[in-house]
Design a protein around this ligand. Sequence first.
Ligand SMILES: Nc1ncnc2c1ncn2[C@@H]1O[C@H](COP(=O)(O)OP(=O)(O)OP(=O)(O)O)[C@@H](O)[C@H]1O
Ligand SMILES: [Mg+2]
Length: 233
Amino acid sequence: MSYIEMDSVYKRYRTGTITIPAADGVTFNIEQGEICMIVGPSGSGKSTVLNLLGGMDFCDDGKIRVAGELINDFNERRMTEFRRYDVGFVFQFYNLVQNLTALENVELATQITNKSLDPVRVLERVGLSDRINNFPAQMSGGEQQRVSIARALAKNPKVLLCDEPTGALDYATGKSILKLLAETAAETGMTVVIVTHNQAITPMADRVITMRSGRVQRITVNDAPVSADSIEW
Ligand SMILES: Nc1ncnc2c1ncn2[C@@H]1O[C@H](COP(=O)(O)OP(=O)(O)OP(=O)(O)O)[C@@H](O)[C@H]1O
Ligand SMILES: [Mg+2]
């Protein structure tokens, strides 16, 4: 059994008379401690799959297992626990609390869990030690993105789900964040799933899942993933 298993998962969005099959029979496995990247064109269902894995949404059909548990059988209370303790989520559009500082945003996440890391240390690791008392509106997009990564990492989750985590970052900062994610996975056994548009970074991944029109088009397993340092894009 794999650490994460998606088995024939369907998610349909209905708007008026139109039904969009955002996930159209998605099946894949991810092993514990892997870095897995999900790639594919805009609208192919990448965020949908990530939201389902993180318990942010329920699927219409199929089975989703994380750490041996069938999460689509969870009731509301169990799902809340799962999101709180087991999952770290880096949102495509950050979702920071606007009236809290960088430090307070990270602290908010660590207060609800029990094995969290020191918020100041994690903010240092994403390169924001001199921004910890800034509010989101006083930070650049890339800085806000790094606060959102720090917030998810500080929970020390079993599964880290990142939707375009380097989309707003410059080349060097993006590289250092990818390195941090890879090091964290190697050191802690955290399983990291990264949605990205950037094909160039996929050689870093243990596994690459390519999506198209709500379906898995291809799964590639890298036997020898390379370090972030050796990638150029
Ligand atoms: N809440 C929703 N209601 C209706 N349709 C939705 C909803 N969320 C997603 N969709 C549709 O489902 C499809 C997949 O969306 P999804 O956000 O998963 O794509 P994506 O691969 O993450 O795209 P992007 O790279 O642009 O972020 C799209 O056609 C989208 O319009
Ligand atoms: Mg998306």
